[in-house]
Design a protein around this ligand. Structure first.
Ligand code: SAM
Length: 272
């Protein structure tokens, strides 16, 4: 069986993730996720697989001083960066498949750009629905629906080894909309809403795109300088259509946001 990639990065890569990956790729989805989850003042919110905390920070702005935001992640390096930026929020080391909270601790659980890395997605979703009645999850759409990233993955796959290719496949592996909706149902929830959005991945240059994608991900530790240069060469020629007049890159990135509401109480589920 292929080992599923869990997106574990070193503490140095976590800093790069926050300074480069988050502004280029991830920050734009956080307001969409808290909007669709209808996060409001005073609520208790869990950000599952919070990384460096971009969604938790957006939720904290909404819930205000009378609410509670907890960010949970498997990776201590990510949590260290999250804690440095917002020491006032609660950061918790933990696994999405066994959440260390009692039933109904939260009004909502949010999970952005991470479900695809969980070894047991159904169980992790069920866990989120145990600790919160409503769950909102954001994942990248499948690779055939990603015009720019489809090219990027083909280039990386051409030059990097099989492990790197497995990592790149994982990113898009929850992105089939029908399968995503079915998965939420299998986790014991009713889908309230599933929306699809085209965002933009922005980079100062094609070089910055290559370096950010590699250095902010586990690829950084798995490829050498020669492979990196080969990827850079091909990306520059194959993604030329996304380079703007000022030399920056603006590439489409498509994502689904799905909100589920728990069908039965956690107690009823356990006894059924
Ligand atoms: C691409 S990052 C997304 C982080 C953040 N949600 C964001 O939008 O920037 C994926 C995160 O999932 C975390 N992760 C992977 N598997 C996990 C698990 N089983 N439980 C908790 N976190 C996990 C990784 O440590 C990483 O921080």
């Amino acid at each position: 069986m292929t080992r599923r990639e869990t997106f574990q990065v070193s503490s140095g890569a976590a800093e790069i993730y926050e300074s480069r990956f988050v502004p280029a790729l991830f920050a734009q989805w956080a307001p969409l996720v808290v909007d669709q989850a209808t996060v409001t003042e005073g609520q208790r919110i869990l950000d599952v697989a919070c990384g460096t905390g971009v969604v938790a920070r957006a939720a904290a702005d909404r819930v205000g001083p009378h609410g509670l935001v907890v960010g949970l992640d498997l990776n201590p390096g990510m949590l260290a960066v999250a804690r440095r930026i917002r020491p006032d929020l609660d950061w918790c080391l933990g696994d999405a498949s066994t959440l260390p909270f009692p039933d109904d601790t939260f009004d909502a659980a949010l999970c952005q750009m991470a479900l695809m890395f969980f070894p047991d997605r159904r169980r992790s979703l069920a866990e989120m629905h145990r600790v919160a009645r409503r769950v909102t999850v954001c994942v990248p759409a499948a690779l055939p629906d990603q015009p720019a990233y489809g090219l990027l993955v083909r280039v990386a796959a051409r030059h990097a080894g099989p492990e790197a290719v497995a990592l790149l496949d994982t990113y898009w592996s929850c992105g089939d909309r029908d399968e995503l909706v079915a998965l939420v149902g299998e986790a014991g929830a009713t889908v309230e809403r599933c929306t699809t959005h085209t965002g933009t991945a922005r980079f100062p240059s094609p070089d910055a795109l290559v370096d950010t994608e590699i250095d902010g991900s586990p690829l950084a530790e798995r490829i050498g300088a020669e492979t990196r240069e080969a990827i850079r060469r091909d990306v520059i020629s194959e993604l030329a259509r996304y380079v703007q007049a000022d030399g920056t890159v603006a590439a489409p990135l498509v994502a689904h946001v799905v909100t589920g509401r728990r069908a039965h109480s956690p107690e009823a589920r356990r006894t059924s």
